[in-house]
Write a protein that binds this ligand. Structure first.
Ligand code: PEP
Ligand code: MN
Length: 345
């Protein structure tokens, strides 16, 4: 339920609403729009006296939230979420995701070794990337495939962070690892295969790191938003949504990248939206056109796989850009971003 305040209703009126709502055993979220303030009610609404609320000073109307997702919805909270990433090192600049800048997360599919991480990230940083991606825990279809370096991989990422200075996004697959991965990561990635691992969502929801939630291989956008709801409801409002392609009957691409997800999620939710054209297409030559299209469609960021030698990559080589191609793409993205009133900060 939301309480829409009258235009010009002052903070005292809003506080009075909050006080009665708290008395009824609920919590509130106040959303300060350009013209109006909206007070969102969080919790068991059966105790709410709607007519008492409607009669309070400064209240324009009381409305139910019709969508299944509430706290992730733009109905509930009108100002867009801007996720803040603190500087990796003293003196570096921090980052925001969901503002006017378009953020680029780039790096290998998996952390393969220390040298690769340190030299590739220095290149990526020079080419304008904002965050380093790299999996230490890898969700692999085959149990015989490389499962990632685990904690050793996280240590290389931490070294990169302090030496080169790119903040880290890396995947966490297990509830038992969340606390440990959060010590190394600036953003926790919940992978497509875990989008509906509700226990994992609740645990990352209790952690004080932003979470990037990747759309499941066969999940609807509503289901993605319901998963975001789990994280927010557990206490973590810094959620980033990621479109990474879905399973369809098409075989010439690895997945079908659903770019309409970008404007749909922006219409439905205040959360930032990132697109991953690497997993979304599975082929490096499709990555640049889909990355440009994603920025044109309004994405707040991109996740791109880059490998120093894709032919030798342990995982996802066919969809990885070479460093040279990545650099060329960054130049193109700058132009597309500017054309749609954004920039690659
Ligand atoms: C990844 O980004 O490393 C990954 C495994 O992606 P997804 O979960 O989208 O398959
Ligand atoms: Mn990959």
């Amino acid at each position: 339920m939301i309480v829409v305040m009258e235009q010009g209703a002052g903070p005292d009126r809003v506080q009075a609403i909050e006080a009665v709502v708290v008395e009824w055993g609920l919590r509130t979220h106040v959303s300060q729009g350009d013209e109006r303030t909206i007070v969102g009610l969080i919790g068991d609404e059966s105790n709410v006296n709607v007519s008492a609320l409607e009669m309070m000073a400064g209240v324009d109307r009381v409305m139910p939230v019709l969508k299944a997702y509430k706290r992730a919805s733009l109905e509930f909270r009108t100002e867009r979420t801007v996720v803040k990433i603190p500087p990796a090192r003293h003196g570096d600049r921090g980052l925001t995701i969901g503002g006017t800048g378009v953020v680029v997360m780039a790096g290998p599919c998996a952390v393969e070794n220390r040298e690769m991480i340190l030299s590739l990230s220095a290149f990526l940083k020079g080419a304008g990337a904002h965050l380093l991606r790299g999996g230490a825990f890898k969700p692999r279809t085959s149990p015989y495939a490389f499962q990632g370096l685990g904690v050793e991989g996280l240590r290389y990422l931490a070294e990169e962070r302090s030496v080169v200075g790119l903040p880290i996004i890396t995947e966490v697959m297990d509830t038992r690892d969340v606390e440990m991965v959060a010590e190394f990561a600036d953003i926790l990635q919940v992978g497509a295969r875990n989008m509906q691992n509700f226990n994992l969502l609740k645990v990352v929801g209790r952690c004080n790191r932003p979470v990037m939630l990747k759309r499941g291989l066969a999940n609807t956008l509503e289901e993605l938003l319901m998963s975001a709801e789990y994280v927010i409801n557990a206490g973590n409002e810094d959620v980033i949504l990621c479109e990474r392609g879905i399973r369809t009957f098409e075989t010439l691409t690895r997945n079908t990248l659903d770019l309409s997800a970008v404007p749909v999620l922006k219409r439905e939710s205040h959360l930032p939206v990132v697109v991953d054209p690497s997993h979304g297409t599975g082929h490096w030559d499709l990555v640049a056109p889909m990355a440009r299209a994603a920025v044109a469609a309004g994405a707040d960021g991109l996740m791109l796989e880059v490998h120093p030698d894709p032919a030798q990559a342990i995982s996802d080589g066919p969809q990885s850009l070479t460093p040279k191609r990545f650099k060329a793409l960054m130049g193109e993205l700058e132009l597309v971003a500017r054309a749609v009133g954004r920039n690659l900060h």
